[in-house]
Ligand binder design. Sequence first.
Ligand SMILES: Nc1ncnc2c1ncn2[C@@H]1O[C@H](COP(=O)(O)OP(=O)(O)O)[C@@H](O)[C@H]1O
Ligand SMILES: [Mg+2]
Length: 251
Amino acid sequence: MLRVADLSLSYGQVPVLEGASLDIDDGQFVSLVGPSGSGKSSLLRAVMGLQKPLAGSVTTELAKRDIGILFQDDALLPWRTARENVALGLGFHGSNRRRAADHADSWLTQLGLSGLGDRYPRQLSGGQRKRVALAQVLALKPRLLLMDEPFASLDAIVRARVTQDLVDLAERERIGVLLVTHDLEEAISLSDVVYLLSQGPRARMSQRYDIPLSRPRKLIATRSDPRFAPLLERLWDDLSREVDRGAAEAA
Ligand SMILES: Nc1ncnc2c1ncn2[C@@H]1O[C@H](COP(=O)(O)OP(=O)(O)O)[C@@H](O)[C@H]1O
Ligand SMILES: [Mg+2]
């Protein structure tokens, strides 16, 4: 559903990515990891069409409205209730506002927020706000979800619960996902495929890891799967090598 082919990006004269490629099949959960500054966010922005490639291409059969976006900072409007925030993008007007509110409520319920529709963002915890933001995106029925470290601000237990709900919904609705994360365990436990960017500048896609864990997936259980630890060790070693290489080149 999405193909990034031989993508090169730069900021002015400063090169960032060189010849980076990745693919997302229908309903596939793909994570992108790499050293800090390697160009993960830049790649995602290029996929969103916010950054023009120097070379290479981003191709998809999806329309703009089929693609949902979630960043680390949720973009909830503080003067709107949770329900209104979720209903915002639905484009119902006039007499259809009742329908939009019902639709928003059903998504709030699916994300474990039933009864909280009348609250304003400031009256919600960080985890609850993240769930509202997720409900807002999912209510628009995306076929592909692009996320840049969306859970970085959450503490471990909340993060584990929100990501489990994300996986459940992505599996149920067959939503493709491209997730940028610096958490290797999260990348493995959530994904079908993990890509590793090399140390920049001129970062390349240095590895692709197929994650053979079955679905539907219970994230806690993935950690005790005998295939989990060797995968994590390999990914950790490969990433460490990239970071060391960057430090050596900077010295
Ligand atoms: N708007 C910008 N202008 C100039 N350089 C940028 C800009 N955004 C990012 N960079 C640089 O591009 C490189 C990749 O950044 P980024 O994509 O944010 O990496 P990552 O998300 O992997 O940490 C970094 O060296 C960063 O300093
Ligand atoms: Mg980034």
